[in-house]
Design a protein around this ligand. Structure first.
Ligand code: NAD
Ligand code: KPL
Length: 303
């Protein structure tokens, strides 16, 4: 069965290259005719691994193509996912399966609501990749991808293909807990690195701010039925700050490069969920307000 990959950016290309070199059928779904033309003129997609570049001539098509889609990897940013999937709806075969690679929470529900008859598998990934040219991606950090379906606990048979492709992954019956935990880590670290203009390690100089955010985030996780995700949150945040001290967070990099952030699916989602539960989290709220003001000042979207 063909893997259709929607979003030939960093993670989408990383998956596409590994599935292709394992001999599995892959097709990229590119946004429009201009992107398709650029892609075809370049001869394929390039993955740079340990300094070595290799090009893969993966076939590509437009969303308006007519062949049916049975397996779709959605690898767009959270804010693009719902609109990107929309034109593909008429192409989805009965029993189609989607893998949603978006960070944060909120976009997965928006996509799943459009697809009552398809299976949506959610993913939470710590792999790292970035684009350093058109259709050229650097594999920057080995990691792991958790996959799961909140509605159906049984693992899909195609996990064997990920094994074959060397994509490190695990199936979890509790993917929402993983996604909430990552969201909480990202909320405790990323916005502060933007506001303090520092690497992750710079947050060691703001222990009280980090601590009070972790307390509020843990309270939120408890309240919205994710007690496992709350367990030991502060300790893990401190461990991540130390282990990634030299790195700039993904949100810091987005802001520094004038790119839209996924704020709505991270801090925005946390604050909206707290409000829905009538939970007062003043430090998280204030962080959200300060971050939005910072983005506005730089002409970046606040959603
Ligand atoms: P990216 O911006 O590199 O790639 C997204 C791609 O989607 C782009 O090529 C864009 O052109 C394409 N796209 C957008 N709208 C489209 C449409 N309508 N039709 C077709 N293509 C469309 O993003 P990324 O870094 O790969 O991130 C994807 C998701 O994975 C994000 O939620 C991110 O937070 C998460 N993530 C990324 C990394 C990483 O290292 N890059 C790590 C973990 C999680
Ligand atoms: O995932 C991250 C990011 O930068 O997005 C870490 C390194 C965990 C910081 O929150």
């Amino acid at each position: 069965m063909t893997w259709h990959i929607l979003g030939a950016g960093s993670l989408g290309s990383l998956w596409a290259a590994r599935l292709t070199r394992a001999g599995l059928p892959v097709r990229l779904v590119l946004r429009d005719r201009a992107r398709l033309k650029t892609y075809e003129a370049g001869g394929g997609l390039t993955l740079v691994e340990q300094g070595e570049a290799r090009q893969y001539a993966i076939p590509a098509e437009l969303p308006s193509s007519t062949s049916p889609i049975s397996r779709l990897l959605v690898a767009c940013k959270a804010y693009d996912a719902e609109a990107a999937v929309q034109p593909l709806l008429p192409r989805l075969a009965p029993g189609a399966e989607l893998v949603l690679l978006q960070n944060g929470l909120g976009s997965q529900d928006a996509v799943a609501l459009k697809l009552p008859h398809a299976r949506c598998v959610l993913a939470s990934s710590t792999e790292g990749a970035f684009r350093d040219g058109d259709f050229r991606v650097v594999f920057a950090g080995h990691g792991f991808t958790w996959l799961g379906d909140p509605l159906r606990p049984e693992a899909p048979a195609w996990l064997a293909e990920l094994e074959q492709a060397g994509i490190p992954h695990g199936w979890t019956p509790d993917i929402l807990s993983r996604l909430w935990r990552k969201l909480a880590l990202n909320c405790a670290i990323n916005p502060l690195t933007v506001l303090h203009d520092c690497r992750n390690g710079g947050l060691a100089e703001h222990p009280a701010e980090v601590s009070v955010l972790c307390t509020e985030l843990a309270e939120l996780l408890q309240r919205c039925g994710q007690p496992d995700a709350a367990e030991g949150l502060h300790d893990e945040v401190l461990r991540v700050i130390q282990a990634t001290a030299a790195n700039y967070s993904s949100m810091y990099q987005d802001v520094a490069n004038g790119r839209r952030t996924e704020i709505s699916y991270l801090l925005g989602h946390a604050c909206a969920t707290a409000a829905r539960h009538r939970l007062n989290l003043p430090h998280l709220e204030s962080l959200h307000t300060r971050l939005k003001a910072h983005l506005l000042q730089r002409g970046l979207p606040v959603t």
